[in-house]
Design a protein around this ligand. Structure first.
Ligand code: PLP
Length: 376
């Protein structure tokens, strides 16, 4: 491993430098306002983000995990879910999607992905439905749309609530509509490394449902709709003014930054030719926002070391699937071969709005030079 990679996986300093003047001014504006929690910046960001996603409502909150947790809690408070109900979740996801379900006393049921899309498989959803199933959470993992008309039809036919985890897919499209507007409610994360990232934690829920929007807003503010009157046993999960002001400066550049990610993805897709490596199939480059660019090989760890030796930093998303984590020991007997294969073979190449075309070609060239020797 080299000490400092020549090509970093994600150079946040460089990404935010593109916005440093605007961010500085936004921060000064908040300092001068004297109002730091639930003020005009949050209100304005909520309006602008709802307009961007194409929903009636947006409610800022503390982070992506809490956005998902609040959605499910509000569905319980409004009588649409009950504790113990089963929610189908993708087995191949970041653990936060699943934690939000168990946190609310609901039962997550992990189902396998389709190995071509890497997203939750509609057939696997069909097979997992039983009388206790009340909802499906889809995750637009790696920035690629997980929604389909097939999944929508399954939910409609079986009376299941559909929820989106849009933490990795701000700006991703499905037939001209944005992910985050395709279900009863969607959770978004503005963790610094996401496509739309704050300079700290932040999150939001988008929805068209006024009752859900009001309930989530109250739940996120101690369960209070009116000062010192507590309708629910709520939590404190708020987007702060400073992060909202920063996000307002970055949101107008999101589409442009996503198109730079697409440009890098197209370079990888056309330039990488290595028989030991599988590329993402039908990656839907017009709609995908490439939060992650995943490639797959049984020699993943050897490829990772080889690239590191060439000054290229990579990551693994993710090394151990949720059903094999110690916190979900109830699933320790569960065998999910598609998910386990993805986790054993996945490697994420550098992708971001600040990777240059030359750097992408250098990455592709190094990947092409790697030779897999299973004996090593
Ligand atoms: C990042 C992420 C989350 C959680 O967001 P935080 O803001 O870090 O809490 C949830 N789901 C997925 C798929 C994510 O990638």
């Amino acid at each position: 491993m080299t000490a400092t990679p020549k090509i970093k996986f994600l150079d946040l300093k460089k990404i935010n430098r593109l916005h440093s003047k605007a961010i500085g001014e936004a921060m000064q504006r908040v300092v001068a306002s004297g109002w730091y929690i639930l003020g005009n910046e949050v209100k304005a960001f909520e309006r602008e983000y709802a307009d961007y996603i194409g929903t009636r409502f947006c409610i800022g909150c503390g982070n992506g995990l809490e956005a998902l947790t609040l959605i499910l809690r509000a569905l319980i408070q409004t009588g649409r879910l009950n504790e113990g109900d089963e929610i189908i979740v993708p087995a191949n996801t970041y653990i936060a999607s699943i934690l939000a379900v168990s946190e609310n006393g609901l039962k997550p049921v992990p189902v396998e992905p389709d190995l071509t899309t890497l997203q939750i498989s509609p057939d696997a959803i069909r097979n997992a439905i039983d009388p206790k199933t009340k909802g499906v959470m889809i995750v637009h993992l790696y920035g690629r749309c997980a929604f389909s008309e097939d999944i929508e039809a399954i939910c409609k036919d079986r009376g299941l609530l559909l929820i989106e985890d849009n933490a990795q897919a701000h700006g991703c499209l499905f037939k001209g509509r944005l992910t985050g507007s395709l279900s009863v409610a969607a959770g978004h994360s503005f963790y610094p490394g996401k496509n739309l990232g704050a300079l700290g934690d932040g999150g939001a829920v988008t929805t068209d449902d006024p009752e859900l929007a009001d309930t989530i807003r109250a739940l996120a503010n101690y369960g209070s709709e009116r000062k010192y009157h507590f309708r629910y046993k709520g939590m404190n999960s708020r987007l702060d003014e400073l992060q909202a002001a920063i996000l307002r400066e970055k949101l107008p550049s999101l589409d442009e930054e996503n198109s730079r990610r697409r440009k890098i993805a197209r370079i990888y897709l056309s330039a990488i030719r290595n028989s030991y490596i599988r590329m993402p199939s039908n990656p839907d480059t017009d709609n995908n926002v490439f939060h992650i660019f995943p490639i797959f090989t049984p020699g993943r760890d050897s490829l990772r070391d080889f690239l590191a030796g060439n000054g290229i930093e990579t990551l693994i998303h993710y090394p151990l699937p949720p059903h094999l984590q110690p916190c979900y020991k109830e699933w320790s007997g569960l065998h999910l071969p598609a998910t386990e294969k993805i986790h054993a073979e996945e490697l994420s190449l550098p992708i971001s709005p600040v990777i240059t075309e030359e750097e992408a070609l250098e990455v592709a060239d190094a990947v092409n030079r790697w030779v897999y020797n299973p004996a090593n």
